[in-house]
Design a protein around this ligand. Structure first.
Ligand SMILES: [Zn+2]
Length: 237
């Protein structure tokens, strides 16, 4: 199993690693900070450079049979090769801003309506949050957007902690948002806390402070079934 570096340091942009397994263009490293496509957050892209200067583009990263697998643009990397890895930081940082914005906005929606988030899909241009709510007053959306932007402008630190399963199940916010989403065999749970606002179990990459989000704008709202509402938003700063 690779060591997953982004779990404790979301701002790690480059690092040295060794190829642990090679399968043509599909590479597993001994340690990686490349985020695999999962949990509604798209994968990172970037490069791996060998000691003799060959550069491979990382075009896709996914989780397969428990491994983080990096698809590179050419074959040639072999187990044991040492590589210097670099994340395409503009892309990742924007996804971190989107991801952290989704935490804040979900919290505002919950505080205003009691609705729990049922899913989300982040992307660079726009992201969406699904939540369970039968009656949605569309006139309120701009108000929620304003509240979210006020919270963001206020600035709050994020803290990542690892809890034994039974401890996580005592945190009220965790029970509300994540209880049903956590796999039964997961013994240690990563909790992302926006200080004084929210705690959620999450495996994604986040900012150190919500002020780095900038500002969000709601683009549209859709009805997806009787109880499911979908909000699209983007970053405007
Ligand atoms: Zn998250």
């Amino acid at each position: 199993m690779s060591k997953i570096l982004y779990l404790s340091d979301c701002y790690l942009k480059e690092w040295d690693a060794a190829v642990a397994k090679d399968n043509g263009k599909y590479i597993v490293l001994d340690q990686t900070a490349f985020y695999p496509n999962s949990g509604g957050q798209p994968c990172d892209t970037g490069t791996m450079k060998t000691e003799n200067g060959n550069e491979y583009k990382v075009v896709y990263v996914g989780k397969f049979s428990g491994d983080v697998s990096h698809e590179v643009d050419n074959g040639g990397l072999k187990a044991g090769d040492k590589v210097h890895c670099r994340i395409d930081w503009d892309r990742r940082y924007k996804l971190m801003r989107m991801h952290t914005a989704a935490h804040v906005f979900s919290r505002v929606i919950f505080d205003e309506t009691g609705a729990v988030t049922s899913g989300n899909q982040l992307d660079l241009d726009k992201s969406r949050i699904d939540f369970t709510l039968e009656n949605l007053d569309k006139g309120k959306i701009k108000e929620w957007e304003k509240k979210a932007n006020e919270i963001i402008a206020g600035g709050r630190n994020l803290k990542i902690s690892f809890y034994p399963r039974e401890e996580a199940f005592k945190i009220p916010d965790f029970i509300r948002t994540s209880k049903l989403l956590v796999p039964e065999d997961l013994k240690t749970i990563r909790i992302v806390e926006i200080e004084g606002l929210d705690q959620q179990a999450c495996g994604g990459t986040h900012l150190k402070n919500i002020s780095e989000i900038g500002k969000i704008e709601v683009l549209k709202v859709e009805n997806k079934g009787k109880n499911n509402r979908r909000i699209y938003f983007r970053l405007i700063q």
